[in-house]
Design a protein around this ligand. Structure first.
Ligand code: F0G
Length: 459
């Protein structure tokens, strides 16, 4: 087979900023060793997130010019609504400014004290919105996901036995909805199989609990189903995506991922009453239901992106370019969460920096080193993001894994950028024994990773 190439040519370019190691050491120290506090202008290759960082296509930019900015009933809304409705099959499509705004509305309506929301793995904003409503967020990842090194096709799946046990233990009346996140971002960007979705659907029907999809990376998930699940190789990715949505009662969506836009999202329902209640909240918090916190041009770009993301040449290149990064790092002996995810590669930080205990934040240490060595910005998904302190004993409770995510923005970097990233990660790996631990010197009460400040230990 010939080399898989970027299925686009570049019309507009943006320079990136080169700095020296000495400059980056100073920048890191000033930013409290937190990549979220580094100015983007001081980053060479930004792998902090794949969210809102996509390069839009010429057609999306053309759509921006064509956006209808009417307050109510804009043409751009109807184009967006019909595209999203055709794809998802949901009756009520409500735009929001991004995914977490959709989550806020969903859990304001369904959450509350005493309620429990199961998910394969909640993303941090989803968990925060569930908890902010007073409800409890429970992660039920499948058993295969516990071993980072194990290669398995659908490590994003939910543990359906655990789901049924939870429902029986807590009572179906306390579980307002079941959520599934595709791909499973906090669990390594791993896909969820159609059979797992169907299994969750059966349980949701058996107990009369609605099933909702966190659809951020639906196209990447559908592509993995086509590649890996029996019976789907010959189906179009669009039909697979439509089949996925057909098993749910509604969804939340961050358009900043698989709608290929810099800002946008939506929430969708089949239940008319729930949709009406959602629109009422939307008017107070986001805007009128035909724009929901977005401009008409954003709705145009999102409609166009939802179509482009299902292009099979695009998905071939997208999943292959992430896989390429993962394979090269694996070949160099670097411990990764296997197999590589759809939007990102995750370094297994506890194996990489084996001399650091979880309370010394090995992931944060690797994140700082990748920036120091090569100006690459990545993010820790581990003890900083999800660790807790036991209020009784004051002891640190680490999450199951410490990961460093290298998230690949869509259509932004070329293969030589990725080759450079590989060189820097290999250099960090060669010097891993000298990586320092870190301690937190400031943290906010919620979502602390965004604003926390750190100090290197023995540094
Ligand atoms: N759900 C998942 C699975 C996500 O990955 C994100 C965002 C959201 C919901 C929230 O969407 O950002 O539009 O409000 N993930 C980004 C990331 C921030 O870097 O993984 P949002």
């Amino acid at each position: 087979m010939k080399t898989i190439i970027e299925p686009f040519k570049i019309k507009s370019v943006e320079p990136i900023q080169f700095t020296t190691v000495e400059q980056r050491e100073r920048i890191l120290s000033e930013a409290g060793y937190n990549p979220f506090l580094i100015r983007a202008a001081d980053v060479l290759i930004d792998l902090l997130t794949d969210s809102g960082t996509s390069a839009m296509s010429a057609r999306q930019w053309a759509g921006m010019m064509d956006g209808d900015e009417s307050y109510a009933g804009a043409r751009s809304f109807y184009r967006f609504e019909s595209t999203a409705r055709e794809l998802t099959g949901f009756t009520h499509i409500i735009p929001t400014h991004q995914g977490r705004a959709a989550e806020k509305i969903l859990f304001t309506l369904t959450g509350g004290a005493g309620k429990i929301i199961p998910n394969n793995t909640h993303f941090d904003t989803t968990r925060a919105n569930v908890e902010y409503s007073g409800a409890t967020a429970v992660d039920l990842p499948c058993k295969e996901s516990r071993d980072p090194a194990a290669v398995s096709d659908f490590k994003g799946n939910m543990d359906l036995e655990a789901l049924e046990t939870l429902i029986m233990d807590k009572g179906k009346g306390n579980i307002p909805l079941i959520m599934l996140t595709v791909t499973n971002n906090a669990g390594g960007g791993q896909p969820v199989s159609m059979s797992n979705i169907i299994g969750a659907r059966k349980i949701s029907k058996k107990y009369g609990i609605p099933l909702f999809l966190d659809a951020c990376r639906f196209a990447e998930n559908a592509w993995f189903i086509k590649l890996r699940e029996k019976g789907y190789a010959e189906k179009s990715v669009k039909s697979i995506a439509m089949e996925m949505f057909s098993h749910f009662d509604g969804c939340t969506m961050s358009g900043k991922k698989d709608a290929l836009v810099n800002m946008g999202g939506f929430i969708a329902f089949n239940d008319g009453q729930l949709a009406q209640n959602a629109r009422n909240i939307l008017i107070v918090t986001e805007g009128f239901p035909t724009y929901g916190g977005l401009s008409g041009r954003d709705l145009e770009a999102m409609a166009q992106g939802l179509e482009e993301v299902l292009d099979e040449h695009y998905l071939t290149y997208r999943i292959r370019s992430v896989g390429y990064l993962g394979e090269k790092l694996t070949a160099a002996g670097i411990p990764l969460l296997q197999p590589p995810g759809g939007h990102a590669v995750y370094i297994d930080a506890r194996s990489f920096a084996g001399h650091l205990t979880p309370d010394a934040f090995p992931g944060q240490s690797i994140v700082c080193e990748l920036y120091r060595l090569g100006g690459i910005r990545t993010v820790e998904i581990g003890g900083v993001m999800f660790g807790r302190t036991d209020p009784g004993t004051g002891k640190f409770i680490p999450p199951p894994m410490d990961l460093v995510r290298l998230a690949i923005p869509r259509r932004v970097y070329t293969q030589s950028h990725i080759d450079y990233v590989i060189e820097v990660v290999v250099e960090a790996w060669e010097g891993r024994k000298d990586l320092p631990g870190y301690e937190i010197t400031y943290e906010a009460p919620m979502l602390r990773h965004f604003t926390a400040r750190f100090r290197p230990l023995n540094g």
